[in-house]
Design a protein around this ligand. Structure first.
Ligand code: CAA
Length: 385
């Protein structure tokens, strides 16, 4: 029985900054951001958006009443949880109006947990092929104003249905996970911005990619030639290039060049929104499927990485219905509007964050279908429009 990703949808905020403007404000050569880091635009998050509103927005794009009725479980994967106890999945389930007989849970391991969610969902469907599991990978990547990580911030959510007979990607049985206790990026309970050893984290990422790919190849006997393309977790687009080049080295043959071209196709959307943490690999997968030279029957590799650290390499076969089972990302990105760096800084500093007092946000400026209206008696107040 084929099990895998049946449908995918992406949501981000409605505004962005141009990173050449950010470079000018920070006194940096813009080529460092657009070429050295490989990012052009970055999603800007108003205080009325968080992982719950973004996750609900992504899920709303792919659910029909019939699909909603078939859901057994909703798993939200996130690094940017809004509560240390209550799962964001419960809030999202409520906003989407899902049946109460739906299991709801949140998973955490930095940027990796979206992949854990997919694998757990696969297991649930293998136990009961009638089940459909909704996986939402939603995050807001915050490093702080005027920090080295600032240019790699971003925000958004990818919602995915995992089921039998999937239309997008049938996941193959072999997957290799690899974890080590590493302090490359973490966020203590009292912090709203990540602590990161940036250079170290890029080296650990590459190390984990090489380790998991090598073990996958040993177990399956497959070569790089067996992949039409590889989708990477993309904290910034240059990271995928660094990892791919670490295994291609100076190869210039047709296979190596194909993988380079497909990598570029997988980076198109990340360049426009930035890091999604848990969702980045899956936005990269959507980008590869919508912009790459791929066809039904092709095998794709997927490399997932979460600091701390956990990596996983697995693969899937593209299914015939893939093109019609993905949300229209170019349309959504074209509908965003640009804001100034000053406006971004003001919005960055007006998040709910760790505040304990009652807060009421002005929701008029945010036309998103779900908004965070504020906080009352330590409870977040959400609105569905
Ligand atoms: N023109 C073109 N390129 C330029 C340039 C110019 N004028 N100036 C600099 N560059 C290049 C540099 O040569 C460098 O390229 P290479 O990496 O290929 O050598 C690149 O731009 C970046 O320059 P620096 O190394 O000087 O950049 P930095 O010190 O400001 O930090 C960073 C870069 C470490 C990635 C930082 O942005 C950071 O800490 N980011 C957050 C951490 C991160 O994303 N880590 C990724 C792995 S961890 C992970 O994947 C989990 C997760 O999601 C966080």
């Amino acid at each position: 029985m084929k099990i895998g990703i049946d449908k995918m949808a992406f949501a981000t905020t409605d505004q962005y900054i141009d990173l050449t403007e950010l470079a000018a404000k920070r006194g940096v050569d813009p080529n460092k951001y657009t070429i050295g880091i490989g990012q052009d635009r970055q999603a800007v998050v108003p205080p009325t958006q968080d992982i719950v509103t973004l996750g609900a927005r992504a899920a709303q794009k792919l659910l029909t009443p019939d699909l909603a009725r078939r859901l057994s479980t909703l798993i939200v994967a996130t690094e940017s949880g809004i509560d240390n106890s209550k799962a964001s999945a419960i809030y999202i389930k409520h906003l989407l109006g899902l049946d109460d007989y739906v299991r709801t849970v949140e998973l955490k391991e930095a940027c990796y947990s979206g992949t854990a969610a997919i694998q757990f969902a696969r297991g649930l469907v293998a136990l009961n092929p009638q089940e459909t599991v909704l996986v939402i990978a939603a995050d807001i990547a915050r490093y702080g104003l005027n920090t080295p990580g600032e240019v790699t911030q971003g925000a958004g959510a990818v919602a995915m249905l995992v089921s039998a007979n999937p239309r997008v990607l049938a996941i193959e049985p072999t997957s290799v996970s690899y974890s080590r206790d590493v302090m490359d990026f973490w966020r203590p309970l009292y912090a709203t911005e990540a602590l990161v050893d940036g250079k170290y984290s890029t080296n650990v990422y590459i190390d984990f990619f090489k380790n998991t790919l090598t073990r996958y190849q040993q177990r399956t006997g497959r070569e790089l030639a067996d992949f039409a393309g590889i989708a990477f977790h993309l904290p910034f687009t240059k990271m995928g290039k660094k990892a791919l080049e670490a295994v291609l080295q100076d190869r210039t043959d047709a296979v190596a060049n194909r993988l380079r071209d497909q990598l570029a196709a997988s980076q198109v959307y990340c360049r426009q929104v930035g890091n999604l943490y848990t969702g980045s690999l899956y936005l990269g997968l959507m980008s590869l499927l919508q912009n790459g030279a791929v066809a039904a029957g092709d095998r794709l590799g997927l490399f997932s990485y979460g600091s701390g650290a956990e990596g996983e390499f697995y693969s899937g076969i593209i299914q015939p219905g893939f093109a019609t089972a993905l949300s229209d990302i170019p349309h959504d990105l074209a509908g965003r509007h640009q804001v100034s760096v000053a406006k971004y800084e003001q919005l960055f500093n007006s998040q709910l964050g760790m505040r304990a007092e009652d807060v009421q946000f002005d929701t008029q400026a945010d036309q998103a279908p779900f908004v965070l209206a504020g906080q009352k008696n330590h409870q977040r107040i959400y609105q569905r429009r």
